[in-house]
Every structure is written in C-alpha cells, then in structure tokens.
Design a protein around this ligand. Structure first.
Ligand code: GDP
Length: 479
C-alpha cells in the first residue's frame, strides 16, 4: 500500500528499510507510521496520513504525492555557518544581517527574542542564514532528521588556520554531503599566511579551487566588512549549481529551528519553510505540538501573512513549545493535527517524524544487518590520546578492505569524546572508537539518549581484533 501510495516500487522501500534502518521487511509487513514517513522522506515523497474510524489508518490513505517538476521554482539557499571558536562566525552572521536590515515601517511584532534565522538580499536574490552557528547544532538537527541546511560557510580565521573545531566541522559537513564554501576570515590582520591555511585545508581534504580543487575559498573580514559581496556571490553561484527548488503552491512542510515560551503569547516557534507556503490560519502539526498559525513574523519582527519556501518565520498558535529539529507539516484540519499530536504524546514518541526506532546502533547491529545484503558501510569516529595512536589505529583499520564491507572513518580527532562526536555519530549512524580517552560526562549522557555506542579501548590490537571479528561475522559465507 505504501508503495502504491507513493508511486514507488516496493523494492525501493525494502531497500531503504534495510539500508537506513537495518531491517529486513517483507512486502506485506506492517511498518510504523514514523518509519513510513521516514522512508517517504528518503524517497523525497511527502506523506499525509488520513484518519478514519477514529484510528490512524496506517498507509492505506496516504494522499500526498511528489511535486511535479514543472511546479518547482528556485528557492533561496539555507546556509549554516560553522567554524572554530573565535574565528568569527557570530561576527559574520551579525555583519551580514546588519548590512541588510532596512528601515521598515509598519507594526512591529514586539516579540523581542533571539533571531533563529534571517534572510539577506543580494542582487535581487535572497539567501537564508541560520543563526545557530556551530557544528554540534548542525548535526543535532541532522540527527533529528531535519536536513534544513543546503550549504555551509566554514569560517577559518586566517591568523589561526585550521583548528580542532574546524576539522570537526569539516567532518560533519562531509558526512552530511552538503556543499561548503570557505570564508577565510580576518584578512584585515597583518602578518597572515594565507598559503599556510590553504595548505592546512588541503591536508583535511578540502582542496581550494585555486589549487585545482572543488572548494571555493573567499577572503573576507567580517569585522571590517571586506569581501562579503564576493562571499554572497559565491554562495549564490553554489546554490545555482545545486538547483535548489521547491513547489510554493502546496501545503507547507519544514522544520522548527527553535521554540520558546513568550509571556502573553504562549508558545512561539521559529519555523523554516522547506516546501509550500505557510499561511496564517493553517492547521499545523510540529513534533508533538499542534495548532492554527495565529500570527507570523519575519526576521525583522514584521507581521506577515504568508511564508514561501526557505523563509524563516516566527509563529504563534501552537499549543506547546516544539523543539529544534521537529518537523512541521500543514494538515487539512485541526482535528487531524490534534489527533496526530495526541497520538505522539500518548505513545511518547520521539519528537520528529523521521526519527526511527530500532535502527542499527551497536557495532554488532550494524555489522549483523549486513549479512543478507550488498556493500555495507561501517562508519566510525576515532578519538585517541595522541596523533601517534590515531595514526596507528587508522592504518590498522584501513587494512580491512573487503569488497562487501567498507570501513568509513567519518571523523578522527585527539582528545575525549565530546557532544559534537555524539551528534555526528547519531546523525550518521556511526560507532565511536575511544582509544585511551574517555567521554565527557555530557557526551556520555547524550550518547545514552541518542543510542550511540562508544567503545573504549586501550590496546590497539583490541580495536582491530574487534572490528575484524565483527567484519568476519558479517561476511557472507563463500559459496
Ligand atoms: P565565533 O566564536 O566564531 O562566533 O567568533 P566571534 O564572531 O565571536 O569573533 C571572535 C573575535 O574575533 C571577536 O573579538 C571579533 O571581533 C573578532 N573578529 C571576527 N571577525 C574578524 C575579522 O574579520 N577581523 C578581525 N580582525 N577580527 C575579527
């Protein structure tokens, strides 16, 4: 039924179930609503569930279809700024916004609160910037299934070069597959060595285009407002290359960037529209919250009536405060929204539509799920005490090449396991290998919450033996 409703072959669904959730399903197996939605999302199909006879009909009444190509129009890119602390992320985000704030007239919304995202206009094109810099937030959203970011600006201070969080950011971006533009910041400072920074980027496998690579590096000074036009231009070009499109003429779907409670206005949420147009009066379900959109404000706190794709808006009207990364969907009736929300609350479901339960998380699970199938990736994050041990583990692990198993090192770093590692692991279904290091308390708690496995080792061959044993266990018997 799901296959019919989505117009996609059952095989495609089964393949996604296996690859993404590590579950072998049969063609008439019943799958959960959340899982069906997550599968649909993987296939780029939007689903709406219709309810009948008081119960949620699972997949038989799905009425959504994919947008027809002719309905798609270009939408502004949604951009997140990442980089090492003090390299100028906040300054860049603020400067870009300030340079674009126009004097606006009209009624102000009066909700003075942090702006979660805003739009900048350049040469008649809009760009949306998400104002929560940092790769942990970036991967946290991803781990919730909210892939709102189309592009990343990696800020690297020219006087400091590639630092640990720069490297972490690069790993997070690579794991996400989102295109990246480097903003080489603080070029106003004297005695900077640009070539050295480019070299450091290259050694992280980020090859600047001026060296024949694929990554644009734009020189800027966020503080002195130098090079920002060039940066915006490069971002627009990158956006054009990736043909970002959406159908504005459909009920809106998108994600919550953050929610908060406002004295007098109740719950307020920053939503970003990904498809369709969000309007006042729409019935919305967002995570476990629901309600009519009562009022909408843009990034200048101006009341607006509707929000097209890629536009961030602050809304009121939801019955509770949704969380960052919660998906929102406009549904036909408020009853539908209420029932869905109540069901989610009742079942204590995770806040997002796409968060799945029972996905492979432990080494054994990931490897075990491969017995039946094609090439299996084993994504790993390596943390170690010294560059030497990191090098040793990496070279040992890389020896285990096999046509059916691909060990993929998503990120490696020196030092304890931190929250950023856990978010990356969660977003990418990876295992964390901690060699001679421990996890920070917060990372440990987060790992429990996110179902991420951290395996600690103190002897190199144990790491290697473990992986070898598991790899051998997962290989199909030779015929
Ligand atoms: P974040 O931690 O990455 O958000 O960095 P901030 O934006 O807070 O900037 C850290 C420091 O670098 C602040 O003192 C900024 O004023 C300074 N800074 C940011 N951009 C520039 C720049 O282009 N040139 C110079 N000289 N300083 C900058």
């Amino acid at each position: 039924s799901l296959s019919e409703a989505m117009g996609r072959p059952a095989k495609a669904i089964m393949s996604i179930m296996f690859k993404e959730f590590g579950e072998m399903v049969t063609i008439n197996q019943i799958i959960e609503e959340d899982v069906a939605l997550a599968v649909a999302m993987e296939l780029g199909v939007d689903l709406t569930f219709k309810r009948q006879r008081g119960a949620l009909e699972l997949v038989n009444d799905i009425v959504e279809q994919e947008d027809a190509p002719e309905d798609l129009v270009t939408r502004p890119p949604i951009i997140t700024v990442l980089g090492h602390v003090d390299h100028g992320k906040t300054t860049l985000v603020d400067t870009l916004r300030k340079s674009n704030v126009k004097v606006v007239e009209g009624e102000a919304g009066g909700i003075t609160q942090h702006i979660a995202a805003y739009q900048v206009e350049y040469n008649d094109h809009k760009l949306t910037f998400v104002d929560t810099p940092g790769h942990a937030a970036f991967s946290e959203m991803r781990s919730r299934g909210a892939n709102v970011t189309d592009m990343v600006v990696l800020v690297v201070a020219a006087d400091d070069g590639v630092m640990p969080q720069t490297a972490e950011s690069i790993s997070h971006v690579k794991a996400s597959g989102v295109p990246m533009v480097v903003a080489l910041n603080k070029i106003d400072l004297p005695d900077i060595n640009e070539q050295k920074v480019l070299q450091e980027l290259a050694s992280q496998n980020v090859l600047p285009s001026e060296w024949g690579g694929e990554t644009e590096v734009v020189r800027v000074s966020a503080l002195k407002e130098m090079g920002l036009d060039n940066l915006l231009e490069t971002l627009l070009l990158t956006a054009e290359l990736h043909e970002l499109k959406a159908n504005p003429n459909r009920p809106a779907v998108g994600a919550c960037l953050e929610g908060f409670r406002d004295e007098g206005r109740g719950s307020v949420a920053w939503l970003i529209v990904q498809k369709g147009t969000l309007r006042i009066g729409d019935a919305v379900i967002c995570g476990k919250s629901y309600g009519y959109i009562r009022a909408m404000y843009d990034d200048m706190d101006q009341q607006i009536e509707e929000a097209p794709p890629s536009m961030p808006v602050k809304v009121t009207g939801l019955d509770s405060v949704p969380g960052a990364g919660d998906h929102f969907v406009v549904v036909e009736t408020i009853d539908q929204a209420r029932e869905l929300a109540e069901e989610r609350r009742h079942e204590g479901r995770a806040d997002t539509l796409s968060r799945h339960s029972g996905g492979p998380r432990t080494l054994e699970d990931i490897l075990g799920s491969a017995i039946e199938g094609a090439i299996q990736d084993l994504p790993l994050i390596l943390k170690a005490d010294t560059p030497g041990s990191l090098e040793a583990i990496r070279s040992e692990i890389n020896k285990f090449e096999h046509p059916e198993v691909r060990v993929k090192i998503l990120h490696e770093g020196i030092g304890g396991v931190n929250e950023s590692d856990v978010y990356l692991a969660s977003a990418s279904n990876a295992i964390i290998i901690a060699f001679h290091v421990v996890a920070e308390d917060r990372a440990l708690n987060l790992a429990t919450q996110e179902d991420v496995e951290i395996r600690r080792y103190s002897i190199i061959y144990e790491v290697v033996d473990d992986i070898r044993a598991s790899l051998e266990g997962m290989l199909r018997p030779e015929l």
